[in-house]
Design a protein around this ligand. Structure first.
Ligand code: G6P
Length: 359
């Protein structure tokens, strides 16, 4: 693996740019076996419920994957922070999907013991085949993202989402829950993901510098999303906090009016993972009327251009069943650019470690 910075200013910049290639490698590696053997190779029964476990960005990736399984296959799930598992009841017989980039996070390994103690079978999604998690899980899905040096996870999030998506499509296709032709179509759709990520990098590079100045002046940020977009909004807020040391909140768009709207005043940055729906449009109109600075990230035809001035990062959303995966690229770039503008060390944020091996 190439561990040099090359011409990049920092590893995070390099790892963001690598995402289309990471996606391409992962999809090429697995797509041939999705409908012929990936899920069967795990030798596990088709689950009636899934428990997603992880920390930080890995937990968000797990929520995306489980949400996809619930939407395409009607298999319900619960997502639990690894550190909370001991004190959280789990559904008996639930399949545990445990995600960890490093596979060595102490909270995750403790959770693994608890899961095994309760009789749950564990599918691990990790970037490290030699990790304790990979060795101890019943089945392992590798992310193939290559080494990630930046403390804040970027390319491994995309790799976990896509690796998990391969498992989901395999489970549904091989078990007959999704009929063969449809499953084949979904697998073929994955080929378009690398281009969509590359397009998102280009669109973000062009548009984000225009909002940067407004963003640096704020002391706090609100992120909004709906449905699967909600998880991406959470991930965007997490990246911004990690890198800039500023406060960020993430909410389901419809919940804003039930409390957090009180935070919004003239100039408050509101970053929206925009699904283009009428309900999202209504929320944007509401914060916009209070003078919020809106940055919309979504497909062509999102709500924001209709409102006039605010900035939109237009994304290619051709693989719509997958949810707004490409939005994460824009969210990562917003967090990084802002951190760089504020003089932060984006590869080594204060107080944080790449792999936390204490509980
Ligand atoms: C640390 C890192 C986070 C990461 C989390 C989980 O806190 O700073 O970026 O998401 O650990 O790491 P893992 O290796 O388990 O995915």
């Amino acid at each position: 693996a190439d561990l040099s910075l090359g011409l990049y200013p920092d590893f995070m910049a390099k790892e963001i740019e690598q995402q289309p290639d990471v996606a391409e490698r992962l999809i090429t590696t697995w797509s041939g076996s999705i409908l012929h053997g990936l899920w069967p190779s795990f030798s596990l029964p088709v689950p009636r419920h899934v428990t997603v476990v992880g920390c930080g960005t890995s937990l968000n990736a797990g929520r995306v994957v489980a949400d996809l399984l619930a939407r395409l296959g009607s298999i319900p799930f619960a997502a639990v922070e690894a550190s909370e598992l001991t004190s959280t009841a789990t559904v008996p017989g639930s399949l545990a999907l445990v995600l960890s980039q490093s596979g060595e996070t102490a909270d995750v390994l403790t959770a693994l013991d608890v899961l095994h103690g309760r009789g749950h079978a564990v599918v691990a999604l990790t970037n490290n085949p030699h990790s304790a998690l990979a060795r101890r899980a019943e089945a392992v899905m590798m992310c193939h993202a290559g080494p990630e040096i930046g403390v804040a996870a970027t390319k491994t999030f995309v790799a976990q989402v896509l690796g998990g998506t391969c498992v989901v499509l395999s489970l549904l296709g091989c078990s007959g829950a999704v009929e063969q032709q449809r499953a084949q179509r979904l697998v073929r759709d994955l080929d378009r993901v690398p281009d969509a990520l590359a397009q998102a990098i280009g669109a973000s590079r062009r548009t984000i510098p225009q909002v940067l100045e407004g963003l640096t002046k704020a002391s706090g940020y609100v992120f909004l999303g709906r449905g699967p977009g909600r998880i991406y909004a959470d991930e965007g807020a997490l990246k911004l906090k990690e890198l800039t040391y500023r406060w960020a909140e993430s909410h389901a768009a419809g919940e804003l009016k039930h409390g957090p709207l009180a935070l919004v005043e003239h100039g408050t940055p509101v970053i929206v993972v925009d699904d283009g729906s009428a309900r999202m449009h209504a929320t944007i109109a509401e914060v916009s009327a209070r003078g919020a600075e809106i940055t919309s990230i979504g497909g062509h035809g999102t709500s924001v251009p209709a409102l006039g001035s605010p900035l939109a990062v237009a994304l290619d959303t051709t693989v719509d069943w997958l949810g707004p995966l490409a939005s994460v690229v824009a969210l990562q770039i917003i967090a990084r650019e802002l951190a760089v503008a504020l003089g932060r060390d984006v590869d080594k944020p204060r107080n944080l470690a790449k792999s936390v091996t204490v509980e």
